[in-house]
Design a protein. Structure first.
Length: 627
């Protein structure tokens, strides 16, 4: 099939040109803003040649084609009449989507992602310098000075970069932002690192009582100054006459924000930043590698949720403070395990389309982009994804035990080796990668994947054998799950939370409540009752493990408005009350009360199918489970 033919089928499956507002692309994905998500034929798109997966996130339908291919497919769909937009315009539209936390994390990503290339380059320079030192090479003084320029400049002027990027994201003048940022590290101010070292350099006392130092290496204060400064500049511009704007606006902005930055925002948020840094290091330094185990185990789940850019802030803070980054090795372990699981699926499957999808997706993961592996292969079959989390946790724990720390961020696995050449940790790094790969591959190959055709054939053979012995037809075991919530049915794919809508937790359905009561959906044992009362786990008599999750991000309410009536270990009958909640309080917290009903062990059944639509009342069936 040619690229043009694939593009035509993509447009058709998107609901036609009339259902597309705009299209853009990034390194791996075609990003489409659609008018009506319900009109998308998602199965058709995911089964197209060259498509490595697709998902809906941040207001966009994202179709993964992979590096290089996506550029060609973008040209094709544009040539066929799809309207275009810049990534910035699409981000502006997508920024309206999601809750405040998701929007805040996206903003962190928008600010820090453009800075990553210079941090990567600086880290590589550090690696080269460390390698030369390790080889015992004595460099001339002028060459040593030059290498220090290469390795130190980005961190010395880091506040300038952060303020510049923040002004850009929040609509200020980036030129004003970078000048303001450079004022914060002016050579006329005492150097922050020199003051912190306890030498002869001390803080300046402005007005006799305000201690002031430069903000070298500071990240959070620079970000806050950038946010406030950009908004202040826009406010000034609204009241200044156009004829005076060129003179007055930058003058007032720089004057006011330099005072606030040096005397108020800088000192206050520098303290906050230090506490965040201490907390981060405390987690990373947990005994027995527990910090790495935890982070390695959850990192790829965070990637699925779309809020993984929070790590950019933490990594840059660590690099600015210590010039080393323990997160990099842990994240590398998680990504290696993800790629290894994809390789295992590719090796084991006999499906030629899946093979051609799995191996390029795995290569993309080993080059540092795991989305094709996650959404194209591992989440599609579920078990590979969750088994790779186990392997990533073990690899992350090993990274912590070995004390691995890269000299930069933004690159991992194969390219990431450059961050460990100069610090003497390359053998340990390669060992960690090997362990993560071997475990991710072995777990998936042995327990995580079987070809669908083979599974069906084996089940049919067993059933026919039983019929031959007994002379009777053996019906597959069935289970009906009733709605735990009275309300209106919502397709799981329409839920505004990628962890649920992607099917990562299992298949199921969602309900928008009309009543604030949670009922038992079947005869079952209560296996989990969250202390916050927002979620319940049950195991039915036919073995289905059901998660009932009331609302999206409602764990943040810490139980306010929730009241559970059962405890772990209780036996319940279908229709028994599990608990109650207050939709008004959920709404007041700015959250969505849509309730998800998920069969978390979907892979253990032949099929898990939603059977309800419209409104559902107590006792109505919503999911049919067949063994």
């Amino acid at each position: 099939m040619t690229n043009t033919e694939i593009a035509k089928k993509v447009i058709e499956a998107l609901g036609g040109r009339e259902n597309v507002n705009s299209v853009a692309h990034c390194a791996t994905r075609l990003r489409v803003m659609v008018k009506d998500e319900a009109k998308i034929n998602k199965d058709a798109i995911e089964n197209l040649e060259k498509v490595q997966g697709a998902f809906f996130n941040s207001g966009q339908y994202q179709i993964i084609f992979g590096t290089g291919t996506v550029n060609k497919m973008y040209d094709e769909v544009v040539a066929l009449g799809l309207p275009t937009s810049s990534k910035d315009e699409m981000k502006a539209e997508a920024a309206k989507q999601g809750n405040w936390f998701q929007r805040a994390i996206r903003t962190f990503g928008d600010v820090f992602v453009p800075i990553i290339p210079v941090i990567v380059a600086t880290g590589l320079f550090m690696g080269v310098r460390g390698l030369l030192n390790a080889l015992g090479m004595t460099l001339p003084e002028d060459v040593t000075t030059y290498t220090q320029i290469l390795t130190d400049t980005a961190f010395i002027i880091l506040p300038g970069l952060v303020v510049w990027s923040t002004f850009r994201v929040f609509g200020g003048n980036p030129a004003v932002g970078i000048v303001l940022g450079m004022m914060l590290v002016s050579g006329s101010l005492p150097n922050a690192w020199a003051v912190a070292s306890g030498g002869e350099v001390t803080a300046m006392n402005f007005f006799g009582f305000i201690p002031v130092v430069g903000l070298q290496g500071s990240v959070l204060p620079a970000f806050i100054i950038g946010v406030v400064g950009a908004k202040f500049e826009k406010a000034v511009r609204r009241v200044v006459p156009d004829v005076l704007d060129l003179l007055v606006t930058p003058f007032v902005t720089l004057l006011v924000m330099s005072i606030l930055g040096l005397f108020v925002i800088g000192p206050v948020f520098h303290v906050v930043e230090n506490y965040i840094l201490l907390g981060t290091k405390a987690i990373l330094n947990l005994p027995f590698g527990l910090g790495g185990f935890l982070i390695g185990g959850v990192h790829q789940v965070i990637v699925v949720s779309g809020v993984h850019h929070i790590f950019n802030l933490l990594e840059v803070q660590l690099l600015a403070a210590d010039h080393v980054n323990p997160f990099n090795a842990i994240i590398t372990a998680a990504m290696t395990a993800q790629g290894a699981a994809t390789v295992a699926v590719g090796v084991k499957t006999k499906n030629p389309k899946l093979k051609t999808l799995a191996f390029p997706a795995a290569l993309s993961a080993f080059l540092g982009i795991t989305e094709p592996a996650i959404f194209g292969v591992n989440l599609r079959f579920r078990k590979p994804f969750f088994l790779s989390l186990i392997a990533g946790a073990v690899g992350g724990g090993l990274a912590s035990i070995l004390g691995l720390a890269g000299t930069g961020n933004g690159i991992t696995i194969i390219p990431g080796t450059m961050l460990y050449i100069g610090n003497g940790q390359l053998p340990q790094y390669l060992l960690m990668v090997a362990v993560s790969f071997a475990l991710g591959f072995a777990l998936t190959y042995m327990f995580g994947y079987e070809d669908e055709a083979e599974v069906t054939s084996e089940a049919t053979t067993e059933r026919l054998a039983d019929e031959a012995v007994t002379g009777t037809v053996v019906a597959p075991s069935e289970g009906v799950i009733q709605t735990p919530i009275v309300g209106d049915v919502v397709a799981l794919s329409d839920v505004n939370d990628p962890v649920f809508s992607s099917g990562a937790m299992g298949q199921g359905i969602a309900v928008k409540p009309n009543q604030d009561v949670v009922y038992a959906p079947a005869d079952a044992e209560v296996t989990i009752v969250f202390p916050t009362g927002h979620a319940y786990g049950l195991k039915t008599t036919n073995g289905a493990e059901i998660l009932i999750h009331v609302g999206i991000d409602t764990v943040s309410m810490n139980g306010e408005g929730f009241d559970h009536k059962v405890a772990q270990g209780d036996k319940v009958k279908a229709g028994d009350v599990l608990g109650t909640f207050d939709s008004a309080k959920i709404a007041a917290a700015g959250l969505d009360n849509t309730t998800m009903v998920i069969v978390t062990n979907t892979a253990d059944f032949a099929s898990v199918n939603p059977v309800a639509s419209g409104s559902v009342a107590k006792g109505d069936a919503i999911i049919e489970v067949k063994a």
